[in-house]
Write a protein that binds this ligand. Structure first.
Ligand code: GLC
Length: 427
């Protein structure tokens, strides 16, 4: 097996087994329905953005439906935006009225969601934005909707970052003490070097990340903590975003635990008109590729302003669920393998079980390096039908393999599985 990652401060034992989670980006930005950064991108004023606060009423919201869709897709944990960069809180907070309970909807959204996902035996994760474009003490910077105003300096001169930090830390504490066991805390994000028109970026000193880290660990010692507080250490997972790493992520030359976060489409928040939706096959290839490199996949849904997963998201979740129904044994509890997979294939491995995921269906044969004499049996995972193979035979008339290889004999027609998987039982 590849060199294993160093132990982490948090309890990542379940995390490395479960592999597959649901990200949920939900808030006021579901109403404009054109990206969660809409307030910054269109530099929408507080007054105009308040329109969405006044009309936020997800009357069809039923977190039990969400939790069942996620569980049936094969997901084992979820991470929900308790507050995104626009400052709107999905949870009841003693520190602000800028929350769902003060919109026409009138209730806390997080408590029923946590209960529903726990009822489906899923782990609970909170995303919480370090950034806040609504808070009156948050200094205007490169991403703030007010960044290009002529009076930015005057406004910032009246803002006190320490007061905002007390709010940030206070709400983080509320999240870690109001909803029972929190399994993941997912802060987002730091940009210490992003200066703009003399406005500095924000990093660990601005957030007082060391103090925030200590509070988090005191409140929830085992929580899995991501890497976006701009701290050199203390994090449990690296979080590559919207790309597939080429190999197992390393820090200082050592493999680390990592979780790729990805969207179905081009937006984290619900985006009605954005059409770049990945196919179910592509999404499954991303999941398999991630696990083959020792990582987790956190796949995002942006629910609508009515409180539902839209049809496109449900289509992808159910497509992944159909594949996971037969093939999840090649994902849960699996990781990278030392064996090198053939082209257009990925290996995942769990002890003596080696899983060959075939991304492009070949004509009749696949040669597997370094497995001669090591395989006791092989079968398709979806229907447990035997896959026959030949060991390398130097005396054979027709050489289909090289020394050290075995050659799998495959049906000419690809089985009716999005991505066929062959389970190799190693001796
Ligand atoms: C990026 C996006 C942000 C999203 C995050 C998820 O930072 O800008 O909106 O919440 O990715 O990782």
């Amino acid at each position: 097996m590849p060199q294993m990652p160093l132990p982490t401060p948090g309890d990542t034992s379940w995390f490395s087994h479960d592999r597959f989670g649901l990200f949920i980006h939900w808030g006021l930005y579901a109403l404009p329905a054109r990206h969660e950064w809409i307030k910054s991108r269109e530099q929408i004023t507080e007054q105009d953005y308040d329109t969405y606060f006044k009309h936020f009423d997800p009357d069809l919201y039923d977190p039990g439906v969400w939790a069942r869709e996620a569980r049936n897709a094969g997901m084992k944990y979820f991470v929900v935006t308790t507050k995104h960069h626009d400052g709107f809180c999905l949870f009841d907070s003693k520190l602000t009225d800028y929350s769902a309970s003060h919109t026409p909807y009138g209730k806390d959204l997080i408590k029923p969601m946590v209960d529903a996902f726990r009822a489906e035996e899923m782990k609970v994760g909170f995303y919480h934005s370090l950034i806040d474009w609504h808070h009156p003490e948050f200094p205007i910077d490169i991403f703030h909707p007010m960044r290009d105003r002529d009076d930015v300096e005057a406004i910032n001169s009246k803002r006190n970052m320490n007061r905002y930090v007390e709010y940030l830390h206070g709400q983080s504490r509320e999240l870690l003490t109001q909803y029972g066991k929190v399994d993941i805390m997912w802060f987002d994000f730091s940009y210490p070097n992003a200066d703009y028109r003399g406005l500095p970026g924000k990093g660990r000193h601005d957030w007082q990340s060391k103090r925030l880290y200590s509070m988090v660990r005191d409140a929830m010692p085992d929580v899995v903590l991501n890497d976006r507080m701009n701290l050199e250490e203390g994090w449990d997972i690296k979080t590559p975003e919207q790309y597939q790493p080429s190999e197992w992520l390393q820090v200082d030359g050592k493999p680390v635990l990592w979780e790729a976060c990805q969207t179905f489409s081009g937006s984290w928040g619900y985006h009605r008109d954005e059409q770049t939706w990945k196919s179910t096959e592509t999404l499954l290839q991303m999941l398999i590729d991630t696990v083959s490199k020792g990582g987790n996949l956190l796949l995002n849904v942006g629910p609508t302003g009515r409180g539902e997963f839209d049809a496109r998201a449900i289509d992808r979740l159910r497509g992944m669920g159909r594949w996971m129904h037969h093939n999840s044994r090649s994902i849960y509890g699996c990781s990278a393998s030392d064996y090198v997979a053939p082209s257009d294939c990925r290996y995942t491995q769990n002890g003596k079980r080696l899983y060959l995921h075939i991304f492009a269906w070949p004509f009749k044969h696949i040669q597997l390096d370094d497995l001669a004499g090591k395989v006791a049996y092989a079968q398709f995972l979806h229907d447990a039908s035997e896959v026959r193979y030949r060991e390398f035979d130097a005396a054979a008339e027709v050489q289909r393999s090289k020394e050290g290889q075995i050659t799998l004999s495959l049906p000419v027609i690809k089985p009716d599985v999005t991505i066929p998987v062959i389970e190799l039982f190693l001796k």
